[in-house]
Write a protein that binds this ligand. Structure first.
Ligand code: GUN
Ligand code: ZN
Length: 453
């Protein structure tokens, strides 16, 4: 067979590879999963051109295409963190409080520093370095109330060619004065950001009312207007994380049926909306999420750290009205940027709730499931022809313990469970962004300015 010469931008990866091609909550784990023990992933112009068994595909590989062979490794789609606050990177592990006190004591203090563009630039760089070194290639990101915090984040993400969604947090009450916008200024600033960043790189704008406690009805109304005027935008906020929060919402919005109905009333629900937490949702609210196509974002390490409670999988995935669920770190309420560790935490929380979450389902949530919740599953979240080549190479033997454990794994399911249970950033051997490998670890903190008072 005559081979065609390679285009200069064609590269290929060889090694074991795992991807989800369907929803395991619907079709079952085996039918949803595609595992190739010896795969070839061909990448052309930053997109996956072919994926399959090496022996089948190799004969058709154009001459001269460089093939990188990853041994003792597993090639997977880049992880997707569906809810994370980059300004809270500096307060991970600030503990001992529940939600409202934690927000007042640590979060609002940290977020005020993002009025300073230089600070925002610095933290955005550190945050994105950390995401990538943990294998996260896409995230849905909360910035602060300051528009410059969004500019800092998008500037850093654009320079790296990343697919990232983010938005300015809207908050016009119940927070320190330095963190408040107004209904009108929040609308104007969000609109200007949407216009400034639309169509640039792989960035997407997310209308981001923090939660209904910190937004007046007027601000929520204008958030709905922003979404109606910008159908390409996403929406993210928090819901039903802790009891006193839900009680406060009932006081603030006495004429609404429940917490979800507040967002519904202002036109904030739909297939491009992601609601963080959803620990205390009622049957009516789950049903309405199903009917409106709204996704709930499960943030297991945050729910444990802030004492929020156990995510209710039996409610989320009732067979007659399943709700789209994504997975996220929720740093800094969450305690890690590792989606592997977050998958492990999701499994642990499910166990505590009497529900067995398989490794395949956890893996789905961190890849294709979150891509689907973001309506980006035609671009990212799987290894399949046509998708953007954001890929991660997991190291199956990154420590003596994992090497030992690997020797006793019999199935890909066991390997996956081992990786998420024992894995963190040390398990990330390589990250490819639109087919280009990153040099992980190239950026190290160069300053020495740590002082403990
Ligand atoms: N609810 C409103 N704001 C926040 C936040 O920053 N983190 C968490 N976990 N919950 C919230
Ligand atoms: Zn959050």
């Amino acid at each position: 067979m005559q081979r065609t010469p390679a285009s200069t931008s064609t590269v290929a990866l060889r090694g074991a590879a795992l991807t989800m091609l369907d929803d395991p909550f619907t079709v079952g784990d085996e039918a949803a999963m595609r595992y190739e023990a010896d795969a070839l992933v061909v990448i052309e112009d930053g997109r996956i051109a072919a994926f399959g068994d090496y022996r089948t595909l190799a004969p058709d590989l154009p001459e001269g295409v460089p093939v990188t062979h990853h041994r003792d490794a597993l090639i997977v789609p880049g992880f997707i963190d569906a809810h994370v606050h980059y300004p809270q990177t500096q307060i991970i592990g600030a503990g001992g409080k529940r939600l409202i006190d934690w927000l007042n004591q640590y979060t609002f203090a940290a977020e005020q520093q993002f009025a300073d563009r230089e600070h925002a630039d610095l933290v955005a760089e550190i945050f994105l370095d950390a995401c990538l070194s943990h294998g996260t290639t896409t995230a849905s990101v909360y910035c602060t109330v300051h528009p410059q915090s969004v500019d800092a984040f998008f500037t850093a993400a654009e320079a790296r060619g990343l697919r990232m969604n983010a938005g300015k947090t809207l908050m016009d009450r119940h927070a320190p004065a330095a963190l408040l916008d107004t209904a009108q200024s929040g609308y104007d600033e969000s609109r200007a950001l949407i216009e400034r960043w639309r169509g640039r790189g792989r960035l997407g704008y997310t209308v981001t009312p923090r939660f209904a406690i910190t937004s007046t009805p007027e601000q929520l109304e204008l958030a709905g207007t922003l979404l109606a005027e910008n159908p390409d935008a996403w929406c993210q906020t928090h819901i039903s994380e802790q009891r006193d929060e839900v009680a406060w919402i009932a006081e603030l919005f006495p004429s609404r049926l429940d917490y979800l109905d507040v967002y519904d009333h202002y036109g904030l629900l739909g297939p491009r909306t992601l609601l963080g937490h959803g620990i205390l949702l009622t049957e009516r609210e789950w049903q309405r999420c199903h009917d409106s196509g709204t996704s709930i974002v499960h943030c297991p390490t945050s729910n444990a750290f802030l004492g929020s409670g156990l995510f209710d999988w039996s409610m989320a995935k009732k067979p007659d009205r399943p709700v789209s669920v994504a997975l996220a770190t929720d740093v800094g309420g969450g305690t890690t940027l590792s989606m592997l560790a977050t998958m492990a935490a999701a499994h642990q929380i499910a166990q505590l709730g009497g529900h067995a979450l398989s490794a395949a389902k956890s893996f789905y949530l961190a890849t294709r499931g979150s891509a689907k919740a973001l309506q980006l599953d035609d671009r990212i979240g799987s290894i399949a022809p046509g998708l953007e080549a954001d890929l991660v190479v997991l190291d199956l033997a990154h420590s003596p313990l994992t090497r030992l454990r690997m020797k006793h794994c019999q199935t890909i399911d066991e390997v996956l469970f081992m990786l998420m249970t024992m894995g963190d950033d040390r398990a990330i051997r390589e990250v490819y962004i639109t087919g280009a490998p990153l040099s992980l670890g190239a950026r190290q903190a160069s300053q020495s300015d740590l002082v403990v008072a």
